[in-house]
Design a protein around this ligand. Structure first.
Ligand SMILES: Cc1cc2nc3c(=O)[nH]c(=O)nc-3n(C[C@H](O)[C@H](O)[C@H](O)COP(=O)(O)OP(=O)(O)OC[C@H]3O[C@@H](n4cnc5c(N)ncnc54)[C@H](O)[C@@H]3O)c2cc1C
Ligand code: SF4
Length: 338
């Protein structure tokens, strides 16, 4: 690992000013992604600003009936929070499907949003990679691509965003609250992560110097009809090949509102408004879910290493939506330690 300097910030303004003043600085929260990237020589910060002492570790009710989750709340503390578990079980389930208990104990809300892709070429500095070194190439397109994108990818990069929590947050319509040198702003969750285009080195719409301070959930939690279904190479401690967050608001057997977000398919958690609208007012049956899945996958493109994924995604969407409709969420994702 390369030498770096280190300070611990005691308030948000101080942390934001310190980051904005130094292009080579990075925030460090739980450290579960950044430290690995530094050890692999992928990230080379000259200065780390430790933000773990900031007072952003609370989950609070909001005036509109939702919840605000501070950027420093650990993933475990969200999943086990009584309000989250009761009102937003989709989010708890998505978090518990990710990583391991030890990692979730360290990982923070802000760090989870900003974790980088798990593309193996990105981590291997002996290989080209446009995300790590713009213009050097993308070996994943002809190489190992099981975890790679089938939607929204570009010529330059077919990486996926690896978070489970973010797929749940996308389905729930969360908002990311940010503080920066120019003040504060709120970013709809679907605008926070970006597609790779010609600049795959840029993961999000955050400017350098901006800090995630909280993620806000609107009041509606879809707690009666939801499922987070994660398909992976092994049942635990593995990233998603495909994951689906499905949430339904039911009026008898009819779908009043549908939410559908996918992980493991794109550079960002993937939502398709047209597919969600197509389910509205329809019976909650397999043909409705299959039609929605076909809309989502209409523009899917594969490379040799991930040609199996559209069919896997289609089946996973139908199954997750069926589980949500029946009120029988995926039990393998519910790994609470009692
Ligand atoms: C072996 C392994 C398996 C894993 N499996 C999964 C999995 O199955 N599913 C899954 O979802 N995740 C998985 N993870 C990833 C894990 O969830 C992330 O590493 C974690 O969420 C990152 O949070 P952190 O607080 O440790 O971030 P850090 O490593 O501290 O930071 C990550 C990035 O976020 C930036 N950052 C941190 N906080 C803020 C903030 N408030 N504002 C702006 N920028 C900020 C940092 O500068 C850095 O660039 C796995 C990780 C490992 C090591
Ligand atoms: S998919 Fe993206 S991250 Fe992976 S090698 Fe290609 S450019 Fe790099």
């Amino acid at each position: 690992m390369r030498p770096f300097s280190y300070t611990r910030a005691s308030d948000v303004g101080e942390a934001v000013a310190a980051l904005a003043a130094n292009d080579g600085a990075r925030f460090i929260a739980g450290g579960t992604n950044l430290l690995d990237l530094m050890k692999y020589d992928v990230e080379r910060p000259e200065h780390l600003i430790d933000i773990t002492a900031l007072p952003l570790d609370r989950i609070e009710n909001t005036a509109d009936g939702g919840l605000s989750i501070g950027a420093m709340v650990r993933n475990t503390d969200i999943a086990y929070d009584e309000q989250v578990a009761a009102r937003f079980p989709l989010l708890a389930s998505a978090i518990l499907a990710g990583a391991s208990p030890q990692l979730r104990n360290s990982a923070t809300t802000g760090g989870n949003l900003r974790q980088r892709t798990r593309c193996s070429y990105f981590y291997d500095v002996s290989t080209p990679c446009n995300k790590r070194e713009p213009g050097s190439g993308c070996p994943a397109k002809t190489g190992f691509a099981r975890y790679h994108a089938i939607l929204g990818a570009s010529e330059r990069c077919i990486a996926t965003h690896p978070s489970d929590m973010c797929v749940g947050l996308a389905a729930l319509g969360a908002t990311v609250r940010v503080e920066g040198p120019e003040g504060s702003r709120s970013i709809p969750f679907s605008d926070f992560h970006r597609l790779p285009g010609d600049t795959p080195q840029v993961d999000t719409t955050l400017a350098h110097g901006e800090m995630v301070v909280a993620v806000d959930l609107p009041g509606k939690g879809f707690s009666d009809h939801y499922s987070y279904l994660k398909i992976r190479d092994r049942l635990s401690y593995a990233f998603a090949l495909i994951s689906v967050a499905a949430a339904l608001d039911m009026d008898g057997d009819t779908i009043a509102e549908a939410r559908l977000a996918l992980g493991g398919v794109a550079h960002k958690p993937w939502r398709n408004a047209e597919a969600e609208a197509a389910m509205r007012g329809k019976p909650a049956v397999e043909t409705t879910f299959a039609e929605a899945a076909d809309i989502v996958l209409a523009e899917a493109e594969t490379v040799p290493g991930n040609a199996f994924k559209p069919e896997l995604a289609r089946r996973t969407m139908i199954r997750a939506l069926s589980q949500a409709a029946a009120g029988t969420p995926q039990s393998q994702s519910d790994k609470r330690i009692q």
